[in-house]
Design a protein around this ligand. Structure first.
Ligand SMILES: [Fe+2]
Length: 290
């Protein structure tokens, strides 16, 4: 993994012409694209939203850009409308940045939910499975990706200038091979049963089942957490970064106030589909997984 720095200064600009052909390839080889000058501006009347109390019991407030709907917040009335506008503005900007950086994805990429995380990460009471200070790859229990890539754009909006501290781990194939002997193929039909029982939005493919196991095995392995190859990266306040978080092992160690936008990309829309976690796991397991 390395950081690939790109100078973009606003959420509407086009990417530098020498960057566009490279950015997708860098993301696909599990680099993190770092945009040190892309700050998300917060209006004076929005600073009142910067309070963990807006969450209630949730970990983050969410925004569905397709429906324009806000979720998992206790805010009501004008403040809810303020947060909806802020997250809509962020989500639209994130889409434009991804289209500018990765024009080859533009026709196929889908925008998922955005989230706002006003709570401090460090010291959050949590089960080990939900503990994102442990290295993991992203996988969604209730909304199977079916092999589609999970691309995420993050921006640190900490008003006190505090960084967001990450650890970034080893290459996906190395991690997958380490845990592969312990990844069990799901029972035939179990993925469809989960959907029938409405525990998942669609049938959980064998790929999704293996990725969930990988996520859990990584987090549960103390030796892997402390000894596997990894780098610490601090993302300063006022910066933005993107990564395929289904591929890049990551852990968020500390930080408060972040906006995040999730995108889904079909594997065949990649420049190099063979680098996808789906194809890597299929090679390791010797069978189709989605
Ligand atoms: Fe994650």
């Amino acid at each position: 993994m390395s950081l690939y720095e790109v100078i973009i200064r606003d959420w509407t600009t086009r990417a530098p012409s020498d960057v566009a052909p490279l950015a997708a390839g860098r993301l696909e080889q599990a680099d993190v694209i770092f945009l040190p000058h892309l700050r998300f501006e917060i209006a004076p009347d929005e600073t009142r939203l910067f309070d963990p109390a807006i969450l209630g019991p949730a970990k983050n407030a969410s925004f569905d850009p397709q429906r324009g709907r806000l979720g998992r917040t206790t805010l009501e009335g004008a403040d809810a409308e303020r947060l909806r506008a802020l997250m809509g503005r962020f989500s639209d900007g994130a889409m434009r940045v991804v289209e500018a950086l990765c024009p080859s994805y533009a026709a196929r990429i889908q925008r998922g939910r955005a989230s706002f995380r006003p709570a401090e990460i460090a010291g959050r009471a949590s089960t080990w499975r939900k503990d994102d200070t442990r290295l993991h790859v992203d996988s969604f229990p209730a909304t199977p990706s079916g092999g589609q890539r999970i691309l995420r754009l993050f921006t640190n909006v900490n008003p006190e200038g505090r960084p967001r501290a990450w650890r970034v781990g080893d290459d996906f194939e190395a991690v997958a091979r380490r845990f592969a002997p312990r990844l069990r193929m799901p029972l035939p039909g179990s993925g469809r049963l989960l959907a029938l029982l409405r525990m998942t939005k669609s049938a959980r493919t064998p790929y999704d089942a293996l990725m969930l196991q990988l996520h859990d095995r990584m987090k549960a392995d103390a030796e892997f957490q402390s000894r596997s190859p990894q780098d610490a990266i601090d993302f300063p306040a006022g910066t933005t970064w993107l990564a395929f978080t289904d591929q890049v092992s990551h852990a968020a160690m500390s930080g408060q106030y972040q906006l995040e936008q999730t995108f889904l990309l079909p594997v065949d829309a990649m420049n190099q589909p063979e680098r996808s976690p789906l194809r890597v796991l299929e090679r390791i397991k010797g069978r189709r997984l989605a």
